[in-house]
Design a binder for this molecule. Structure first.
Ligand code: SF4
Length: 344
């Protein structure tokens, strides 16, 4: 059984505008489905504002979905009332992006890490709690003697380690890592990623790893979901997504990843403009206003997510499996520079 099954999830936020209080909706997450196995890491990438953070929070009910299902070990947690949900909370945790604001500055490390243990009544005595916090700090690479210190006494990387210890305190089966390294220096990023990998190996925790940086996601994930304007536009193994991206948006993201070897230098694909508003997404393919390969059909017809190779799904009219003769269309479109762009 999958640990997590997300089915046709939608998260729409109401917004009111103007003196007539006209009601609209920000379509942050639209018809998203995916699954996650125990002990697996799935990366979720996309530009800022594409809905990936909202999706990550919706799968652990920090945000209430508008429709769809989130099955955790077969149980739909979107249907749970708050008291029943509380009993499930310890199975899924989150590590936040900002290690500076995610810790209460008035609480010692011991209390920050131990609070969830108290809520879920996991330790019988204060001595046991103290010992458990010390063990956790040691496991995340911090000095247990620093448990009585306050967050301002730590560096950014150390604070993120405290955030990880806090998430581990209740022995979760799933952790949503919401851009956990994007606020850190590059050298510290690698340390935190390696720590997360080591902890996963020892404890078989599943991660939904949310990031805008494909280079980071590729390093830690077995599978990758690429999100654009609230929808998954491509998904597959990290190897296939990074080695043979089929969606033009994924290709643009890959082209922005720095390469170490100058011999394998690739051309950067610069997408025109900003992502459109999720209140009024474009017709047809939502990406057509920025897609360098768009054809006339793209403006009117929304592509569906299709499996072009085993486990590799793409939402693009031009993407075909290797066995389909039309595969040449994608390559042809890549080579053409005089296609009339439908947004013109
Ligand atoms: Fe580009 Fe058209 Fe494919 Fe959308 S369907 S990604 S606009 S080529």
């Amino acid at each position: 059984m999958n640990l997590l099954d997300v089915r046709k999830l939608q998260v729409h936020f109401p917004v009111t505008r103007g003196w007539r209080r006209h009601r609209d909706f920000v379509r942050a997450v639209n018809d998203v489905s995916f699954s996650l196995n125990p002990g697996e890491t799935v990366g979720l990438v996309g530009e800022s504002g594409c809905g990936k953070t909202t999706l990550g929070r919706a799968v652990i009910r920090l945000v209430d979905p508008t429709s769809g299902q989130v099955l955790f070990r077969g149980q739909d947690i979107t249907a749970l009332k708050s008291s029943a949900l509380r009993a499930h909370r310890r199975k899924f945790q989150i590590i936040f992006q900002d290690p500076f604001s995610s810790l209460d500055p008035r609480m010692t490390v011991e209390n920050s890490v131990g609070k969830a243990m108290d809520i879920h009544r996991l330790v019988p005595t204060s001595a046991a709690r103290r010992q458990r916090v010390a063990d956790l700090l040691q496991q995340v690479g911090l000095d247990p003697d620093h448990a009585r210190r306050y967050p301002h006494e730590f560096s950014g990387g150390q604070r993120q380690r405290i955030g990880i210890a806090r998430a581990l305190a209740v022995e979760p089966e799933l952790i949503v890592c919401d851009e956990p390294v994007s606020a850190l220096d590059v050298s510290v990023q690698a340390q935190i990623i390696n720590l997360l990998r080591d902890l996963q190996r020892d404890r078989a925790i599943a991660y939904l790893f949310v990031a805008h940086d494909l280079a980071v996601v590729r390093h830690i994930s077995r599978r990758v979901l690429v999100m654009y304007l609230g929808q998954i536009v491509e998904s597959g193994s990290a190897q296939e997504i990074c080695g043979s991206p089929q969606h033009p948006y994924t290709q643009a993201l890959i082209s922005a990843v720095p390469v170490v070897d100058p011999a394998s230098k690739r051309k950067r694909i610069i997408l025109p403009g900003d992502p459109p508003s999720p209140i009024h997404p474009p017709t047809g393919c939502h990406f057509h206003t920025r897609c360098p390969m768009a054809v006339a059909d793209c403006r009117d017809k929304a592509p569906s997510l299709r499996e072009i190779n085993p486990g590799h799904w793409v939402s693009c009219h031009l993407a075909k499996s290797a066995s389909e003769s039309g595969n040449g269309r994608l390559k042809a479109a890549l080579g053409k520079s005089n296609l009339e762009h439908p947004s013109k």
